[in-house]
Design a binder for this molecule. Structure first.
Ligand SMILES: [Zn+2]
Length: 195
């Protein structure tokens, strides 16, 4: 994960230091450390270890040294933002009102459903079928997501199934199309995360 973030940053340090600064102090810390790597006074392995110790200090239960850490937890901490990227509402597929609306926690991670075959199709129509049913028509309810602001970075949680990945994803907004460029994929294999 760190190598994906570092490779992005290295393309244009000034731009990416700003893009990554969505509100998490961890990102500010990392970009500062990346400067030391670029200037030859630190090594990425050292940045990793220092960062890992920092997380252990702040989140001993979730990030104890030598113990597996949840990638979801890390991404949530790194890209935590005071702005809401998406809101979700729960709706009946036949249109009966459910008046259940909610705002998601503020970060830019989006969970992709297991049956998704193509991320672009998913963002065109972001819906996930729920286990609960409509009390009027007994059809399974759906959770619909919509963007309320466009974060500079989007993270898709692909779970155990990897859908088709395109280099570019286009998202239609009130202010026109927004283009997102794929920067990296984090895979889990043999008890390790790989970039
Ligand atoms: Zn219904």
């Amino acid at each position: 994960m760190l190598s994906i973030i570092y490779n992005c940053w290295r393309e244009n340090p000034n731009l990416w230091s700003e893009q990554f600064n969505v509100g998490s102090e961890y990102m500010v810390h990392l970009c500062h450390s990346f400067n030391n790597v670029a200037n030859g006074v630190a090594h990425l392995n050292g940045v990793h270890d220092t960062f890992r110790r920092l997380l252990e200090h702040d989140w001993l239960r979730q990030c104890a040294w030598g113990v597996s850490t949840s990638i979801h937890f890390l991404l949530k901490q790194l890209f935590k933002s005071p702005d809401h990227a998406v809101v979700s509402t729960i709706a009946c597929p036949k249109g009966q009102t459910t008046n259940r609306a909610e705002v998601l926690p503020s970060n830019c991670c989006i969970s992709v459903p297991l049956d998704c075959v193509n991320i672009q199709e998913f963002v065109n129509n972001m819906e996930i079928q729920l286990a609960s049913v409509c009390q009027v028509c007994s059809e399974p309810l759906v959770r619909r997501y919509s963007f309320i602001s466009m974060p500079k970075i989007l993270i898709f949680d692909l779970s155990t199934h990897v859908p088709q990945l395109a280099d570019v994803i286009m998202i239609s907004t009130d202010r026109g199309m927004v283009k997102y460029q794929l920067k990296g994929v984090i895979l889990y294999n043999n008890d390790h995360f790989m970039s």
